[in-house]
Unconditional design. Structure first.
Length: 317
């Protein structure tokens, strides 16, 4: 029997079709400064010092995680999911799935023991088994190991289930070579992004609207997995202003915040620090529950475009 594992609300089968689906609408008018989320770009030199400190703290934990059993490299599974030669499960078959227990911290790309193999703990997920997967690979850029993403009319991602923890700060770096000029994260048919980082939260499911409860139950039945109470996503937007908050129209449980937008900072590393509690409250209007997962995705399936992007380390405080 397949083990039940938690996955972010928007990422698998029917749940992916319903909840990511390329649909979004603004929660607040983007031209009202009082409704925009705070800016988050920081000086990358300062960020590098903090990241180095975090990497040292992470090393001993990652050493323990690296002993966890896995049948295949998560990158191998993620990259072949949806491939014509893959099984009907899209790389998510019982024999292939790398299932690890929730981790105490996020494995850092820069501390990977093998520069060609994803640090243990990261797991692949598919938006829809019929979609072409985005290709991910570890690579060395600017003298550090980062995650390279290549999307060609594709959509898929990676995530880490975490031990429940209080929402604090999150820090990351990313860079994109390409901007999806036709993308608009507020429109169904153009909702793509070269870079996305998401955080999943727990909460009291009994407080959900009947509509959301029915959707969550359908997702549980069709995927065999529990969906998180809420998901907060940071994106590199196409046209929306930085700080704009967007909501998926199918459910109030997924909100996006644009932290980079357009081509002004293309081809340069962007370093971000966010207050998860403040952002959650801005997006959802309430205090967050416990953080239970973090993930990422590069997708171009709606605009049928191509992008190349890179993710540096992601760290939770």
């Amino acid at each position: 029997m397949r083990a039940k594992i938690l996955r972010p609300v928007v990422w698998t089968g029917v749940a992916g079709a319903l909840l990511l689906g390329g649909c979004a609408s603004t929660v607040h008018p983007p031209d009202d400064p009082s409704t925009l989320a705070a800016a988050s770009a920081v000086d990358c030199k300062t960020f590098a010092a903090k990241a180095s400190q975090k990497a040292s703290q992470n090393a001993s934990i990652q050493a323990a995680v690296s002993t966890l059993p896995s049948s295949l490299d998560p990158l191998e599974i993620a990259n072949r999911a949806g491939h014509p030669d893959a099984d009907a499960g899209g790389g998510d078959s019982e024999g292939d799935t790398v299932i690890t227990p929730p981790l105490a911290t996020l494995p850092l790309f820069s501390t990977a023991a093998d520069a060609k193999r994803m640090p243990s703990g990261w797991q692949p997920w598919t938006v829809n088994r019929n979609k072409t997967p985005t290709r991910y690979a570890l690579t060395q850029v600017d003298e550090r190991v980062v995650l390279h993403a290549e999307a060609d009319s594709s959509a898929s991602g990676l995530y880490v289930p975490l031990e429940q923890r209080t929402a604090g700060g999150i820090r990351w770096t990313w860079k994109t070579r390409d901007v999806i000029r036709g993308a608009d994260n507020g429109e169904k048919q153009r909702e793509d992004a070269p870079l996305r980082l998401f955080v999943a939260f727990d909460g009291d499911h009994s407080t959900l609207s009947l509509r959301d409860q029915l959707m969550f139950e359908m997702a549980r039945i069709t995927t065999g997995r529990e969906m998180p109470y809420a998901t907060l996503m940071y994106i590199w937007g196409g046209r929306r202003a930085e700080g704009t908050v967007l909501s998926n129209p199918h459910t109030d449980r997924v909100r996006m915040i644009v932290v980079d937008s357009g081509s002004r900072h293309a081809n340069e590393w962007r370093c971000h620090e966010r207050d998860l509690r403040a952002d959650y409250k801005k997006a959802f209007g309430t205090d967050p529950g416990k953080v239970i997962a973090v993930g990422l995705m590069t997708d171009t399936d709606n605009t049928k475009s191509r992008v190349e992007a890179w993710y540096g380390d992601i760290a939770l405080d």
